[in-house]
Design a protein around this ligand. Structure first.
Ligand SMILES: Cc1cc2nc3c(=O)[nH]c(=O)nc-3n(C[C@H](O)[C@H](O)[C@H](O)COP(=O)(O)O)c2cc1C
Length: 215
């Protein structure tokens, strides 16, 4: 058995919030979905979510998880996706990090985080939700499914989205036509208030099948 802390969730007197802080300390770095949505009444919203990933390439599907808030109510992002079934995910980078963080402020419903954070909404091609001009990548998604993991404060409401349209700024492309990470400068979320850059990288070539490297 490993030495150290063992926490049996059925026995512990730690709260879910204490455990949440621990989880964020080991599930890292997490990519950040900067989710842009629009309500039925045209309210525009933008907020970051680090419980995020791409979970299928064919079909292309992303997931992210807005938790129910302190009162057990849906965050504005979830409300809007339930109302209109669409969203855009922009990419958090070193250049837009401060603005991204500003958009995590819990403004009353209807306040545009684009305006509050000095960001520029651009029209999308296939959805009414806006692109974020200050992000070099924006993906337009149609909601496929929402899986509710509970109805208490903190319960994740996992949004699955089918990727319909991908926008990539030419400025972040390398000579091979792929995204150059040194130009994208994506950031990830760690524990507490910490973020990580993506500059310190290393390569591992598959031992079993070198032909598949990079896959
Ligand atoms: C980098 C970052 C990542 C976050 N990730 C999540 C997350 O995965 N799930 C969540 O519910 N809230 C997350 N938050 C908090 C939300 O952004 C915050 O509650 C926001 O106000 C929700 O906005 P909305 O009510 O406009 O949807 C995160 C905040 C930051 C700064």
């Amino acid at each position: 058995m490993m030495c150290g802390m063992i926490i049996d969730l059925a026995q512990t007197d730690k709260s879910w919030r204490d455990m949440h802080r621990l989880y964020l300390g080991f599930v890292q770095p997490r990519p950040i979905a900067w989710a842009s949505t629009i309500g039925r009444d045209g309210s525009v919203n933008l907020a970051p979510f680090s419980f995020y990933n791409m979970v299928s390439a064919n079909p292309p599907v992303v997931i992210f998880s807005p938790a129910l808030n302190r009162q057990g109510d849906p965050k504005d992002t979830l409300r809007n996706i339930r109302e209109t079934g669409e969203f855009v995910v922009a990419t958090a980078t070193e250049d837009n990090a401060v603005a991204m963080n500003d958009t995590s402020t819990e403004f009353p419903y209807g306040v545009s985080e684009f305006a509050a954070a000095g960001l520029t909404p651009l029209p999308a091609v296939s959805v009414r939700a806006k692109l974020v001009k200050e992000s070099p990548v924006n993906i337009e998604c149609r909601m496929r499914q929402i899986v509710s993991l509970g109805c208490e404060s903190g319960a994740g409401q996992v949004v699955f989205g089918d990727v319909r349209v991908v926008h990539i700024d030419d400025a972040i492309l390398g000579a091979d036509g792929l995204i150059d990470p040194d130009k994208l400068k994506a950031i990830g979320r760690m524990g507490g208030h910490l973020y990580t850059r993506t500059r310190d990288r290393f390569e591992l070539i598959s031992v079993r099948d070198p032909a598949k490297r990079g896959g």
